[in-house]
Design a protein around this ligand. Structure first.
Ligand SMILES: [Zn+2]
Length: 268
């Protein structure tokens, strides 16, 4: 019951989590106008699709979730741990260069849509519905073990949020079933979670110290360590790599991929 899949009248299929008190959505590949390798709800900016297709995809996704594509903020994501606090001055026009690097963004301004993009990495939306503070975070393994979620909570707290009032949604991403990583990643997670890693990895048959990692659960545990109420954290079970027809998966289609967007906006 935590997650609901919606099909908007114009076609976009997207997911919402019951924990989040504001308008938000995690996109899928379904319901856009892009074709071929990018079919169909392609929400990337810097690849090969026609600008009018990308604009139409954003228009449809915005209409479906309930935000204005003319009031979006996003960043150049670099797998780092930097978090930026943004305002209406940071509104970004489609098809123009993104002026800053950050993998997390935070705001307390209403009617400003925060977006992050993923294609296997873990998208995390956060919202304090009492104090009116939200965040969108791109959590690949490097950003995760770099403790970007702590940096995000710090930035939210600076805007008045209280961790015990923050709700979370951890969206569709590569699952424990498929996410094979090297020993350096497992070691990074051990440090990241201060040893609270029971059950987070299992050996891979491919040897060389490789393991399968449950990165979504790792990030859920970190949010609890940071003071969130476990009851207010929704974790998607959808695996991008198991369903490349429905979700973009970098590990399945490589560079010829689109991206999914997770969007959140402080709304009535
Ligand atoms: Zn899988």
């Amino acid at each position: 019951m935590e997650w609901t899949e919606h099909t908007a009248p114009e076609g976009p299929v997207f997911l919402t989590a019951a924990t989040i008190p504001y308008r938000h959505g995690f996109s899928t590949r379904f319901g856009g106008v892009s074709t071929g390798d990018l079919a169909s709800l392609y929400l990337g900016e810097h690849r090969e699709d026609a600008p009018e297709n990308v604009r139409e995809n954003y228009r449809r996704f915005g209409a479906a979730v309930g935000f204005d594509p003319a009031r979006m903020v996003f960043t150049r994501q670099v797998h780092g741990n930097a978090v930026r606090t943004v305002t209406a001055k940071d509104i970004h026009a489609l098809m123009t260069p993104v002026p800053y690097d950050a993998d997390g963004i935070v705001t307390a301004e209403p009617d400003l849509a925060l977006l992050c993009f993923t294609a296997d990495c873990v998208p995390v939306l956060l919202a304090d519905g009492k104090q009116g503070v939200v965040a969108a975070v791109h959590c690949g393994w490097r950003s995760s073990v770099g403790d970007i979620l702590k940096n995000t909570l710090d930035a939210m707290r600076a805007l008045g949020a209280r961790p015990e009032d923050v709700a979370a949604a951890i969206g569709p991403s590569i699952g424990f079933c498929c996410f094979e990583v090297g020993p350096e990643v497992a070691a990074g997670v051990e440090t990241y979670l201060r040893g609270d890693t029971a059950g987070l990895t299992r050996p891979s048959p491919n040897g060389e110290g490789k393991v399968y990692l449950d990165l979504r659960e790792a990030n859920r545990r970190r949010l609890v360590q940071l003071g969130l109420d476990p009851q207010k954290i929704a974790v998607s079970r959808a695996c991008t790599m198991c369903r490349p027809d429905k979700y973009w998966s970098y590990r399945v289609v490589g560079q010829r991929r689109g991206t999914m967007a997770a969007a959140i906006v402080i709304s009535e």
